[in-house]
Design a protein around this ligand. Structure first.
Ligand code: NAP
Length: 334
């Protein structure tokens, strides 16, 4: 067991790593958004960073580079990382080797790497004489990394369904209106889009609303190219809508089977899907059980605040304990 002060330092270090990752959740697909933070021996935060884009440096490398830039490299004692440092040379060098070559004496991490190609980082660090402590703030790290862990386990994207409803359960806006929920709920919906690698919808929604499906109420990740999959068995969605969606940057697919859409998106490296659809497609998803998180936004009474309810589907693999789920932690912050 670590002594109290060491345990407290570990938690503080991991909290900084989680905080660094939070704005970037969803940005690095098909990679996980990993956060890292470097501390001096007397517990001062030296630098923190997140892995922001596949093919670019991992969080550990960014943090060490930032310490070098600030002339602090020799002071780095403890490195906290939400995911075990990788042990393989891919598009970037193995993080375990980078750490061994640095001044780092202690590594704390949250979750072991489930990717067999990348695993083994902790063992390699220990063999090099670095003190390694795993499973620090494990549930918070599992929550941040859940879409990646789910995809690793199942080959499928994590499916989040978002529904807005009136008090009576109605889902259709008034004629001429696009929505009936309040601005905080609209911001929430755009945070959900920002995190997702794909939007899945039905032809009925396209024909009724011609939705843009872009992220507008907060800055988007500029590098992310989202998929838009439209279930349209009868081919009712006009070609000009599809062309305009492509022009907005979407990789567009028209499909007739939700399960097939999920497999295709999983194979394309999409870690999380957001379903934004009308009652027809939602009823069939509900009946099939092919969802992981169901978020229902209910319009407030008499201009009062909307209510947000989250339900997790426990019949699928759930990487984290349900009690650790908080929507604000799950989504990139506004
Ligand atoms: N409040 C909200 O959260 C919200 C969100 C989105 C939309 N809406 C509203 O919902 C209304 C549209 O509702 P809707 O029920 O017509 O639209 P929808 O559910 O978005 O789309 C329905 C179409 O999706 C296809 N589909 C449904 N289930 C399928 C399945 N299992 N496999 C393959 N294809 C499937 C069908 O296409 P085929 O007919 O070709 O078979 C069906 O006609 C609009 O007024 C819109 O404003 C509300």
């Amino acid at each position: 067991m670590p002594n109290i002060s060491q345990h407290t330092l570990h938690i503080a270090a991991m909290t900084a790593a989680l905080k660094a990752a939070h704005p970037w959740l969803g940005a690095a697909m098909p990679n996980p958004t990993v956060g890292a933070a470097a501390f001096s021996a007397d517990g001062q935060l030296l630098a923190a960073a997140a892995h922001q884009r596949a093919g670019e440096p991992h969080a550990e490398a960014l943090v060490l580079a930032e310490c070098r830039r600030q002339g602090l490299l020799s002071q780095v004692d403890t490195l906290a990382i939400t995911l075990e440092p990788c042990n393989h040379q891919g598009r970037t060098p193995a993080c375990s080797a980078l750490i061994i070559d640095s001044a780092v004496r202690r590594v704390v991490y949250g979750v072991s790497d489930p990717n067999p190609q990348a695993a083994g980082g902790a063992a390699r660090l220990r063999a090099a004489g670095i003190a390694v402590t795993g499973e620090v703030a494990k549930q918070a790290c599992l929550l941040q990394l859940a879409p990646f862990l789910y995809h690793q386990q199942t080959g499928l994207p994590w499916i989040t369904v978002k529904v807005a409803q009136r008090q009576d359960g109605g889902m259709i806006p008034d004629p001429g209106a696009k929505t009936f929920t309040a601005p905080p709920s609209l911001l929430l919906a755009h945070r959900m889009r920002k995190k997702a690698g794909a939007i899945v919808t039905g032809s009925g929604t396209i024909l009724a609303d011609h939705p843009l499906f872009t992220v507008r109420r907060l800055p988007d990740f500029p590098q992310v190219r989202r998929h838009l999959a439209i279930l349209d068995r009868r081919g009712r969605v006009p070609a000009d809508y599809l062309a305009a969606a492509k022009n907005r940057g979407f990789a567009v697919a028209v499909a007739d089977d939700f399960g097939q859409v999920l497999s295709d998106l999983g194979r394309a490296g999409v870690l999380e899907v957001l379903v934004e659809a009308g009652s027809t497609l939602l009823a069939s998803i509900q009946a099939s059980g092919q969802w992981n998180l169901w978020v229902t936004i209910t319009q407030g009474l008499n201009g009062g605040e909307d209510r947000v309810d989250c339900q997790l589907n426990s019949s699928h693999y759930l990487p984290f304990q349900p009690s650790s789920f908080r929507l604000d932690d799950w989504l990139p912050q506004a």
